[in-house]
Design a protein around this ligand. Structure first.
Ligand SMILES: NC(=O)C1=CN([C@@H]2O[C@H](COP(=O)(O)OP(=O)(O)OC[C@H]3O[C@@H](n4cnc5c(N)ncnc54)[C@H](O)[C@@H]3O)[C@@H](O)[C@H]2O)C=CC1
Ligand SMILES: O=C(O)C(=O)Cc1ccc(O)cc1
Length: 363
């Protein structure tokens, strides 16, 4: 029997637990420092056993997954290192930054155990075990950052266990990981937050900003709703990379300001062209770090029961809705319904179905 202990059964830890639990020969133990959380993990059936004892979870494990916030990783490494870990135990983490935790684990020299940094590159702005899903990591990239002390055999064992997540394993060194993920995930989160706060400031003087921002602006800034404490830890931990990226970002913005001042139409066109070309080279339907929004909008005349009928129609056709929101429901105007799906296929299916059924549906 392989025992996997998961420290912090939240969005990511819970999703990994759901992929491993019930697989032949695997037992999943969930650790939390709060008894009520352990109770919840068990009630939801996400883990086989639960404990509030670091020692119990650590000493029973063949694999330890640290799925706590980035700022807690070193403390948990310190704690588990005081216990008698099983020989050959593999300790891994899922934190969004990799240099600091990998370097720290390296200096600790875990007795009996080997550390291999990891980062499943999928997620959402939601947190907690309630948001965990068996499908979260499917087809996503899962980065491993083994240092020189990790034997190929231990990397192989971890890779084999992670095959249950159906993610694509990629190996890269920790520094490159932080450079790349800084640019494609951490910087975009800062930009989204800054942009929303800029508009929030204008809105204090004119509430129309908020009303008109309800559509596309809201969608492109979704990541600004990430968990504040989680992102505090990530950004502070990757600050050296981010300070450089922000300098580069500032010069990009200054470039735009200059083109506007000089009314450099050709330069603006060229910027859009090079960006468009690079973007079109990116695979379209790949599951990425920042998850896509698969939404469509349906005009709904003010008929009672219509929302139920649409939901039923979708369900009868095995199309899974992930969210449903009435955007406009004043009595004097027809409403608009926002339907959200988890996959492009569900969205395509819903649009085709609602179109055939005679609804005005648009993206
Ligand atoms: N949110 C996302 O989309 C992604 C997050 N990550 C990384 O995964 C890790 C966990 O993040 P999420 O699952 O999103 O967060 P979460 O908030 O859903 O889960 C964190 C878990 O850690 C527990 N926890 C918090 N402080 C603790 C403490 N002091 N002692 C013990 N347990 C504690 C919480 O109870 C919770 O179960 C973070 O390191 C994050 O950087 C990685 C990929 C994606
Ligand atoms: O789509 C989103 O909200 C994300 O950006 C999710 C996310 C958050 C942190 C990660 O390290 C990886 C992915």
């Amino acid at each position: 029997m392989i025992t996997v202990s998961i420290f912090g059964v939240g969005l990511i830890g819970g999703s990994i637990a759901l992929c491993l639990k019930g697989k032949p020969g695997i037992k999943v133990i969930g650790f939390s420092n709060r008894p009520a959380s352990v109770e919840k993990y068990l009630q939801r059936g996400v883990v086989d056993e639960g404990t509030t004892s670091v020692q119990e979870a650590a000493e029973a494990a063949d694999f330890i997954f640290l799925c706590v916030p980035v700022g807690m990783m070193q403390e948990y490494l310190d704690q588990i290192n005081t216990f008698n870990l099983k020989k050959g135990c593999i300790v891994t983490d899922v934190g969004s930054t990799k240099s600091s935790v990998t370097t720290y684990a390296e200096t600790l020299k875990l007795s009996n155990a080997v550390f291999i940094g990891g980062h499943p590159m999928a997620g959402s702005e939601r947190t907690g075990v309630e948001a965990a899903s068996y499908h979260l990591l499917e087809n996503a990239f899962y980065v491993l950052t083994p240092s020189d002390s990790a034997t190929p055999e231990s990397v192989e064992r971890l890779t084999e266990l992670l095959s249950h997540t159906r993610a694509n394993i990629v190996k890269v060194d920790a520094e490159s990981h932080d450079d790349i993920v800084g640019a494609i995930s951490h910087l975009p989160h800062i930009i989204a937050v800054a942009l929303v706060n800029q508009v929030r400031g204008y809105n204090e003087h004119n509430g129309l900003y908020e009303s008109l921002a309800a559509g596309g602006f809201r969608d492109i800034t979704r990541i600004a709703s990430g968990d504040p404490a989680l992102w505090r830890d990530i950004l502070i931990d990757n600050r050296q990379v981010l300070l450089k990226l922000l300098r580069d970002w500032k010069s990009e913005m200054e470039g735009f300001a200059k083109m506007l001042e000089e009314m450099d139409g050709a330069g603006i066109e060229q910027s859009f062209r090079t960006a468009g070309d690079f973007r079109s080279r990116m695979p379209e339907r790949r599951k990425g770090m920042i998850h896509s929004v698969y939404d469509c909008y349906v005009d709904v005349p003010d008929h009672p029961g219509i929302i139920g009928r649409i939901a039923t129609e979708l369900g009868n056709n095995r199309i899974n809705l992930s969210n449903l929101q009435i955007i406009e429901s004043r009595e004097d105007v027809p409403g608009v319904l926002r339907l959200s799906f988890r996959t492009q296929d569900d969205l395509d299916g819903a649009i085709a179905l609602l179109d055939r059924t005679g609804y005005a549906v648009h993206q």
